[in-house]
Write a protein that binds this ligand. Structure first.
Ligand code: GLA
Length: 410
């Protein structure tokens, strides 16, 4: 009976994704090398064992060319995204993969604080002036033209944020401004971001926005930065208060962080502080960056997912990398390791779909941090769905739950 149900389910899926015609890529997993990029030592994973408990086959063989990521995720009410740069748009082969497979984009850099202020105008007016750069505009136009939605990333962060926004006269050499001035600047900044997206006709692209990125350390303490030094620890509350005040209802507000599985208790406590005086949450969801390693424990990862989901807040995976090996020990980009990566990805996505489908997890988007290993910030760990020759890997089929193509040997 179970088997008949499984076959029926597969037929329904095939029918529903039949519209998803792509180029005739065959699975090809022969990546032999990847460029080296320095990894961020603050993002070390746990040394827990790899998952062994992967689900059993549930489907008859299928034609993988009939599938694309966005249709499979849509079956579960989810968008699937990638980070994006202008460079990716300019490469037709990458752009083709994006428009065929993804339903959501996150600017890899273009909407970070380093890129969205106009310093001269700030000096002239005496207030922080937000001005999106040409790359951000290009990406938003691309999203519009291709019917893609966007995650905004990111407003308040310790990194990739100019020093001068914290200083008297917007001068790097100036003193830090006082708390009230910085709160006023923060409010004006957040207000302008949403006002300008509206004025420029882009606001409807956005369904989620990272209000604060990476504020907590693995030991449960708050990361000290210019925001906390000037405003105090309640800078976090104010960031969400202003975002809640100025963002339209249609945009969910997120806190986003890495090494999330080491921060479960801290995040649980944190979200309870993000309420207004009527007890209403100022935050809609938690973004887990998911810069994962194939040697991470999915058991502990799902412990985190379940704990946060139990609060009723939304969860998104926002920067997914499935890196070969473990922290500082990348494994070789070969078929065997790609199979391990496929199995890991299959189990991860399977666990998420299961929870979303049974109503225990409110997750509406899953974002990979890129398309091809060659352009990944973690290129030496070959973490993405397409290899350096833009061929799909087991990971790609695994994300679509096509078990026969996901690297399993049986
Ligand atoms: C963090 C940030 C991202 C990006 C990555 C590295 O995860 O949230 O915006 O900078 O680091 O690409």
């Amino acid at each position: 009976m179970k088997r008949i149900l499984a076959i029926l389910l597969t037929v329904v899926m095939i029918l529903s994704v039949a519209g998803c015609k792509k180029g005739n890529e065959e699975p090809n997993n022969n990546v032999t090398s990847a460029p080296t990029t320095a990894a961020d030592p603050t993002k070390a994973p746990t040394d827990a064992p790899a998952p062994t408990d992967v689900p059993e086959p549930t489907s008859e063989p299928v034609n993988p060319d009939d599938y694309c990521l966005k249709d499979v995720f849509a079956e579960h009410g989810m968008k699937v995204g990638t980070c994006i740069s202008g460079q990716m748009i300019d490469r037709p082969a990458i752009s083709k993969i994006i428009t065929e497979n993804f339903s959501s984009l996150t600017c890899e850099n273009a909407m970070k604080p380093d890129y969205i202020f106009n310093r001269n105008k700030s000096k002239e007016t005496g207030d922080l002036v937000v001005e999106f750069n040409s790359e951000a505009l290009k990406i938003m136009d691309y999203a519009k033209e291709n019917g893609l939605k966007m995650r905004g990333h990111t407003l308040v962060w310790y990194s990739q944020t100019p020093n001068w926004i914290f200083k008297e006269g917007f001068e790097n050499s100036g003193d830090f401004v006082d708390r009230d001035t910085m709160l006023a600047r923060m409010e004006s900044y957040i207000k302008q971001v949403f006002e300008q997206l509206e004025a420029l006709g882009y606001i409807d692209l956005f369904y989620a926005y990272d209000v604060v990125n990476e504020a907590w350390m693995e030991n449960g303490t708050m990361r000290q930065n210019n925001w906390s030094t000037i405003i105090g620890d309640d800078y976090l509350w104010y960031a969400f208060y202003y975002a809640d005040k100025y963002a339209p209802e249609s945009i969910d507000l997120y806190y986003n962080d890495y090494n999330e599985q080491m921060k479960t208790q801290c995040l649980l406590k944190f979200v309870e502080t993000l309420k207004d005086d009527t007890g209403r949450y100022l935050i809609d969801g938690l973004g887990f960056q998911a810069h994962l390693y194939t040697e991470d424990s999915l058991v502990s990862y799902f412990r985190l997912v379940d704990a946060i989901a139990a609060t009723g807040l939304k969860v998104q995976l926002t920067e997914v990398d499935i890196q070969l090996g473990k922290w500082q020990h990348p494994l070789e980009a070969n078929d065997e390791n790609f199979k391990t990566q496929g199995k890991f990805t299959y189990a991860l996505v399977n666990g998420l779909f299961e929870r979303v489908d049974n109503g225990t997890l409110n997750m509406d988007a899953f974002t990979f941090w890129g398309v091809t290993d060659s352009l990944s910030w973690r290129a030496e760990y070959s973490p993405l769905c397409f290899d350096k020759d833009l061929q799909p890997k087991y990971e790609y089929y695994a994300a679509m739950q096509l078990r026969d193509y996901a690297g399993f040997d049986d």
